[in-house]
Design a protein around this ligand. Structure first.
Ligand SMILES: C[S@@+](CC[C@H](N)C(=O)[O-])C[C@H]1O[C@@H](n2cnc3c(N)ncnc32)[C@H](O)[C@@H]1O
Length: 303
């Protein structure tokens, strides 16, 4: 009975994600998204409702109606505690895998990787590390792609949460070219690691300011080929769409961390500014669903 309930729940969750996907495809364009949002903000009907329920806020309803995304939030995520373990973590990682699969997360990373490996000889060994790999679902998708195309990929998942890397390893026993290491990216052990490509999905938004800059500088210097970043666009619509999509979700970690992640995400200008400071060859693309695909190529590497 429990299994059939779980099956029914998963189906309902997947359907809701698909509906969200279709609806939000209408906004599958940065300009259209901005225009839609502006229309929503300027809509006097919503404004009037807000005014009725908040009579003391006379003229400022347009500013306060929606969540403020001007600056990256300082709030932390539950997942920032690397001792998180057990069913709540495994369930959160499983749901993240579904979200990544249905909301374009995997394809944003995989398509970025394809740009870097496009002209490489298929027999050349390429070491790819996935920072903040969580349950490792993206590495499994890359392993399947590599196998289909005949690439010689060595895939390493890196995460500071040992429970996550242990769980990822149990899910990846059928993939002989994937391994996982329990390493913090700010440790000496990480500094000693060598690789050709770095991929990061929903990971870079965990860091800010000088810490973020130093980390990406180190990655650009060390990766022989380049880096593929897949992270969130800090946008009000993304925030409310996530709220809508996760209405049936019971896992507090997924909901709270998801919303905080959006508010920790990036605006285009912030990534452009970072690219300038890195002095690196880069491509920055907006992708559904409110993701940025940021590809940084190492200076000697020609695609
Ligand atoms: C939001 S999860 C993303 C998981 C996975 N990439 C995905 O998209 O499903 C972020 C992951 O980054 C890991 N993480 C955060 N800070 C880290 C650090 N300093 N070093 C290594 N891993 C870290 C967390 O443990 C967590 O598993």
């Amino acid at each position: 009975m429990e299994r059939s309930y779980q099956k029914a729940w998963n189906k309902a969750f997947k359907n809701r994600l698909k509906v969200g996907h279709v609806v939000a495809n209408l906004f599958n364009n940065t300009t259209l998204t901005e225009v839609s949002l502006l229309a929503l903000e300027k809509n006097t009907f919503f404004g009037a409702i807000y005014y009725q329920t908040n009579p003391r806020k006379t003229n400022d309803y347009k500013m306060n109606f929606l969540v403020n995304t001007t600056y990256r939030t300082e709030a932390e995520e539950i997942m920032d505690d690397f001792s998180i373990a057990g069913p709540i973590l495994n369930d959160a990682l499983d749901k993240l895998a579904i979200i990544n699969k249905l909301l374009g997360g995997n394809s944003v990373t995989l398509n970025g990787l394809k740009v870097l490996v496009k002209n490489q000889p298929k027999n050349k060994p390429i070491t790819i590390i996935d920072l903040g790999c969580g349950g490792g679902d993206i590495l499994r998708a890359i392993a399947q792609y590599g196998k289909k195309e005949g690439y010689n990929f060595q895939l390493i998942g890196v995460d500071a949460n040992k429970n996550a890397t242990d769980y990822a390893a149990t899910l990846s026993t059928n993939y002989e070219n994937i391994s996982f290491v329990h390493v913090d990216v700010f440790s000496e052990e990480f500094k000693a690691m060598r690789y050709d490509i770095v991929i990061t999905t929903l990971f870079l938004h965990h860091f800010k300011g000088a810490v973020l800059l130093q980390l990406v500088k180190h990655l650009v210097k060390t990766a022989n080929m380049g880096i593929v970043v897949n992270d969130l666009h800090r946008h009000r619509l993304a925030y409310y769409l996530f709220k809508l999509i996760t209405i049936p979700v019971k896992n507090k970690m997924i909901i709270e961390d998801g919303l905080t992640s959006v508010l920790r995400g990036f605006k285009r200008k912030e990534l452009v500014d970072l690219s300038k400071q890195l002095n690196s060859n880069h491509q920055l693309n907006w992708k559904w669903a409110f993701r940025y695909q940021w590809i940084l190529k190492s200076s000697e590497f020609k695609v």
